[in-house]
Design a protein around this ligand. Sequence first.
Ligand code: PBG
Length: 341
Amino acid sequence: MAQDYLKSNPTSLRRLRQSNFIRELIQEVKISHKQFVQPLFVVQDIAKRESIPALTGVFRETAETLIAQIESDIEAGVQKFLLFGVPSKKTTNNFNFDFCAKQIQNIKKHFGKDIFLAVDVCLCSFTEHGHCGILVNDHIENDSTVSELARAACTYAEAGADCVAPSDMMDGRVRAIRSSLDAKNYTRTLIMSYSAKFHSKFYGPFRIAANSAPNTNTLTDHLKCDLQDRSTYQIDPARPKDAFLSSLRDAEEGADILMVKPGLPYLDILSQLTKQIPRPWAVYEVSGEYAAIELLAEKKLIAASTAHLEAWIAFARAGASMIISYGARNAKNWIYELLAI
Ligand code: PBG
């Protein structure tokens, strides 16, 4: 007689895996499309919307196509967005935030309270050298950058942003933004801080979309060394304590929502920080990690939709309550079709 493992082992784990019904009943982690935030790019002075390498279904939108895209996103169940405005003119100082402000006004005119609109606050799409701040002599100067960021945040709040999201990684920017917003009576505008943002190689497709790659061509030779990448302001991947300190500080300075970015390569950080700091946590599934799944699927090595769902469940399991993903516009469909939630 064949041996019956179930009979002799009261603690079988497979007894609970034998049908979809049982598996559904015992799931610990569930995800909902309501947790998702869709990033949007709007680009000044382009005639038609443009696709972005390996970011399937995501575009550099014109002012017109942006509105149409949001309409179709709402139909698909998306209610929360993160906007990146990309101006056509690059400068070194005294940045002009009007293009982005105009897009925010236009979005709010069309959709009002039907959507929650967060707006990225950074200078990397505005600077000639592509850095997230103002270059003075041989370094990215902290305080002058922070003043410009606070001015950008107020401009976006005035235009109707529900939330401003600083992604620059300067010191003290959350405090400066909160006090500038409060001084202008934008006391209800949220701050979502990219508090644990690592110096990552996974931002590649984004930098094409936002036209924001550090560009050392404009710099003299002696500056190129430290300024060839963002390592003087973003967190070193080998410094998890820095992510903790940065998030703790941003919480104390008034950030309403904290974030870990990228997602999958930093799940350990997400899992620890969400337990250590009792604040709402977002995770940003960044362009390179999203694109990696798309490229594997293009080579027919995996199925895109189920692989994206697996990554998203990992974020929820690690403690994120919000997931910023380029695939947010597919979330409702995939969650209902494939997870049957
Ligand atoms: C801007 C910014 C970046 C991302 C969001 N805001 C890139 C960077 O730091 O170069 C990355 C998002 C992504 O890769 O999807 N500072």
